[in-house]
Design a protein around this ligand. Structure first.
Ligand SMILES: Nc1ncnc2c1ncn2[C@@H]1O[C@H](COP(=O)(O)OP(=O)(O)OP(=O)(O)O)[C@@H](O)[C@H]1O
Length: 264
């Protein structure tokens, strides 16, 4: 599904946290949102997965206004992995992942065998099948993150919104999760979802995203193919670091090495 965010502004207590942001994602694309701490990434993404309402601007999926849909209609199209889950009740892992199927169930209907199968498949994809009977609150940070990714996958979304999906994950799991969500993981009918993800690690972002948007002080300052966007000049200006580009000795992929800027 195509995602079109147009002229989106978020105002809180007189401050503009997000300033007239426009961001377009083609169907099946993996679009990364990068920017320094406090630049507005979560504030923007919260509007896309409807945890907040924008002060102005629109979010459309395949042309339909997300805010004009019922929560259930929206959840059939779009799943999210928020930065803060707010999960306070001690559900089991199985129960948490089963919540991902709710948008597809009729009111008061019980989960079908197909729902259970889809939940199990999602848990297998994040290698968390062995955690099924554990209480969610007893899990490590990385285990929780994998279970929440499984819940989002079980939802079979056409659009996947991820706020720092690699938080809490060790390096192997970071690569695994990005391979999974950025690796054209099949959504409903084997169609890859459109992915919109905030990421801090610029090398991971460059390696796994088709397009990057750079946000600074609430506004988009650059967008395009990762290596065209992540220039030394932009990295110095927006992130305050000096960057060197080197080629991976085996794959030839461009990698960034960072130093402090002497002037800071
Ligand atoms: N409810 C709020 N009231 C006031 N300020 C807020 C509120 N929510 C966020 N902010 C501020 O808005 C700015 C943007 O926050 P946001 O969480 O969107 O940034 P971010 O780019 O996701 O940051 P990080 O990389 O640190 O997660 C920050 O300065 C934050 O303190």
């Amino acid at each position: 599904m195509r995602v079109e965010i147009d002229e989106l502004t978020v105002r809180v207590a007189g401050a503009r946290l997000v300033r007239e942001v426009s961001l377009h994602a083609e169907p099946g694309a993996v679009v990364g949102l990068v920017g320094p701490n406090g630049s507005g990434k979560s504030s923007l993404l919260r509007c896309v997965y409807r945890a907040s309402r924008p002060s102005s601007g629109t979010v459309r999926v395949d042309g339909a206004d997300l805010f004009a849909m019922s929560p259930k209609e929206g959840a059939r199209r779009l799943a999210a992995l928020p930065q803060e889950t707010g999960a306070e009740f001690d559900f089991t892992v199985d129960e948490v992942v089963a919540m991902g199927r709710m948008p597809h169930q009729r009111a008061a209907a019980r989960a079908s065998a197909e729902d259970a199968e889809k939940c199990l498949a999602a848990l297998r994809r994040v290698r968390a099948e062995h955690l099924r009977d554990r209480g969610f609150l007893s899990l490590s940070g990385g285990e929780k993150q994998r279970v929440l990714i499984a819940r989002a996958l079980a939802q079979e979304p056409r659009v996947l919104v991820l706020d720092e999906p690699t938080n809490h994950l060790d390096i192997a799991q970071q690569l695994e999760v990005l391979h999974l969500v950025g690796g054209r993981a099949g959504g409903p009918g084997g169609v890859a979802p459109t992915v919109l993800t905030a990421l801090h690690d610029l090398n991971l972002a460059a390696g796994h995203c088709d397009v990057l948007y750079v946000i600074a002080r609430g506004a988009i300052v650059a967008s395009g193919a990762p290596m065209e966007v992540l220039t030394g000049e932009l990295l110095a200006e927006v992130f305050g670091v000096r960057a060197h580009r080197v080629r991976h000795p085996e794959t030839g992929a461009v990698q960034l090495l960072f130093d402090r800027l002497a002037t800071r």
